[in-house]
Design a protein around this ligand. Structure first.
Ligand SMILES: Cc1cc2nc3c(=O)[nH]c(=O)nc-3n(C[C@H](O)[C@H](O)[C@H](O)COP(=O)(O)OP(=O)(O)OC[C@H]3O[C@@H](n4cnc5c(N)ncnc54)[C@H](O)[C@@H]3O)c2cc1C
Length: 469
């Protein structure tokens, strides 16, 4: 039987499995591998903290572009008070992903097989018209087609002078706040220093407070900008933008900024909320990004990215209010500046930092330091064994800005020589390299649906399966 192995059982992996099975016209074997037993959850939806709510309203979180209300119906079956504009707990979204996989298995053609498996994939070798997927426990699986749905990787350590790098091996440093047991080192009455002031910082703050942490939290980023909150929605917003029509022939980052500002000024006079203008850009962003020359993309990343991220990747309104309250009560201190180093003592650590535009070194004492700078996406330097092997064997091409990797229009990995692999496919946030807007469910579900169609077509063209069945 033709076999697709999907590596990674987060949103992209689970929904790819569901799409493949529900739309199959002949029996198919789908093997869904994940390095932990938490299937259909991944980093975002595996949380057990109920305060971690979705940052997109329920009405826009369906896993299927051809059934926009699928998640809304599911959430309402759990809680009838949920509306299209509610910000529901991420744990419930994980339950939904498990449910859609079960439903897809039920609807798959008779004789199909769905095998969720725990396994950590270390390498992939191309053999004949397919691939051999090697797991850590020396087991291997053969596949006609492979989908990499690996999600995000742990953040990179912030750069400090070499003398201070030793601190990154200390138990007082948390490199990856998403690791299941990561925050147990934090004592409830010790101040904490968070590096980063975005959505990862917010998640970490919520987890700490939910566990009874009650000491001050210091959070630092280059500009000290917090995620903007969504507004409370009464109706589904209608996103519109005229920006792409107004773009010059040779686009550059400054023109984009000017165009967006004009659009926002117009919006104010027409009583349109700025968030709807930013939302309206989502569909156009991939074309705007592709039109930018490499030099201009770099300028955007250097000068505008932080502003874009805080306005585009917003938090639920209630979480915006919580951040305000924490700051007003003096429990959360937001700093703009740079970490210079760390001095560890028997009972804690002193973080040395410099304020933005300042010249003096300042110190803050904390029980531990947590890296909340967000996931590492630079596949040129990622140390994940599978990415490193594919990169070193020339089967995967990192993009030159460190945002992800290169695929063709059918989500096939492009190799070192520029050829598309007929076997290896990718879907997930690393599509950002080519599209910029590719990290949230409303975009990823569309990519997953297109990838599944591509896979069906390419499997249909195979005379027979490589895999023994
Ligand atoms: C904390 C957080 C909250 C978010 N909240 C929202 C939200 O509210 N709304 C929204 O639209 N988007 C949200 N996002 C965006 C998010 O990126 C997508 O929604 C989606 O979860 C990405 O799915 P994924 O399958 O690519 O990655 P993941 O869900 O992270 O899944 C990848 C899986 O692959 C596994 N894996 C990796 N390498 C291997 C290997 N070698 N072998 C075996 N298994 C492997 C990992 O263990 C993981 O389980 C959030 C992201 C994060 C990080």
């Amino acid at each position: 039987m033709k076999t697709v192995v999907i590596i990674g059982a987060g949103f992209c992996g689970a929904v790819t499995a569901a799409q493949l099975l529900r739309k199959a016209s002949e029996p198919l074997r789908v093997i869904l591998l994940n390095r932990s037993g938490l299937m259909a959850r991944g980093l975002a939806y595996g949380t057990r903290t109920d305060e971690h709510v979705l940052n997109v309203p329920a009405g826009r979180m369906s896993a299927f572009p051809d059934d926009e209300d699928s998640f809304l119906r599911y959430a309402q079956s759990v809680d009838p008070d949920v509306s299209a504009n509610s910000f529901v707990s991420r744990r419930i979204f994980g339950d939904y992903l498990e449910w859609i996989t079960r439903e897809a298995v039920r609807k798959a053609p008779a004789g199909s097989e769905y095998r969720p498996m725990v396994g950590d994939v270390q390498r992939i070798d191309l053999i004949g018209d397919g691939a051999r997927v090697q797991l850590t426990n020396r087991r291997s699986l053969d596949a006609d087609r492979v989908v990499l749905a690996l999600g995000n990787f742990a953040p990179a350590d912030p750069r400090v002078a070499p003398d201070y790098e030793g601190f990154y091996s200390s138990p007082r440093y948390v490199r990856d706040p998403w690791r299941a047991d990561a925050l147990w080192v934090v004592k409830p009455d010790e101040p904490v220093f968070l590096i980063g002031t975005g959505l990862t910082m917010l998640d970490t703050l919520l987890t700490l407070r939910a566990r009874g942490h009650h000491a001050p939290i210091h959070a630092l980023s280059r500009r000290g900008l917090l995620p903007q909150p969504h507004r409370e929605l009464e109706i589904r917003p209608v996103y519109t933008t005229g920006l792409p029509r107004r773009l010059p022939q040779t686009p550059n980052a400054a023109d984009y900024l000017r165009g967006l500002r004009q659009e926002l000024q117009l919006a104010v006079t027409e009583d349109v909320d700025w968030r709807d203008i930013i939302g309206g850009l989502r569909g156009a962003t991939p074309d705007l990004w592709k039109a930018l020359p490499g030099r201009e993309r770099r300028r955007f990343l250097r000068h505008l990215r932080t502003f874009w991220d805080t306005h585009r990747h917003r938090c639920a309104p209630a979480l915006g209010r919580l951040l305000d309250a924490e700051r007003a009560e003096g429990n959360l201190h937001i700093l703009a500046g740079r970490v210079l180093g760390y001095e560890e003592q028997a009972d804690g650590v002193e973080v040395l930092w410099r304020a933005r535009g300042g010249s003096q070194t300042q110190r803050i004492a904390a029980g531990c330091v947590i890296n909340c700078t967000g996931p590492e996406s630079d596949t040129r330097v990622v140390t994940e064994p599978l990415i490193a092997q594919l990169r070193d064997d020339g089967l995967l091409t990192p993009d030159e800005l460190g945002l992800g990797l290169i695929v063709d229009d059918e989500y096939r990995l492009v190799d070192r020589e520029g050829y598309s692999s007929p076997v290896l496919h990718y879907v997930g946030p690393f599509l950002r390299a080519q599209l910029w807007e590719a990290t949230a469910v409303p975009e990823l579900r569309r990519h997953v649906a297109q990838l599944s169609q591509t896979l069906h077509r390419s499997l249909a063209s195979l005379p027979k399966s490589l895999v023994w069945s």
